[in-house]
Design a protein around this ligand. Sequence first.
Ligand code: TYC
Length: 102
Amino acid sequence: GNSPGRGTAVITRTKTKTKKPSLYRVLILNDDYTPMEFVIHILERFFQKDRESATRIMLHVHNHGVGECGVYTFEVAETKVSQVMDFARQNQHPLQCVMEKK
Ligand code: TYC
């Protein structure tokens, strides 16, 4: 540490930051009402999936109840969830999107 002023001591950090950010899965949940085509569109628009991957993920969710859209750091994952929830609500679909720590 150094001593910048009268009666003050500062501990300086020597070690380089090496902590990796925690990662979060963004998941979509199945429901009985959201059109398949709408879910495919969500996956293309907000998760940069090509049509084939988007269709595969949508069908996985349709058949299994839940599926992974992508893995992101906290703030990015939060933003994706908000974007999906806002877009679904705007279009009056009950689609649910959540995040979970890996
Ligand atoms: N189960 C919906 C239907 O049959 C399709 C769907 C798939 C809805 C995935 C939501 O996350 C979802 N129209």
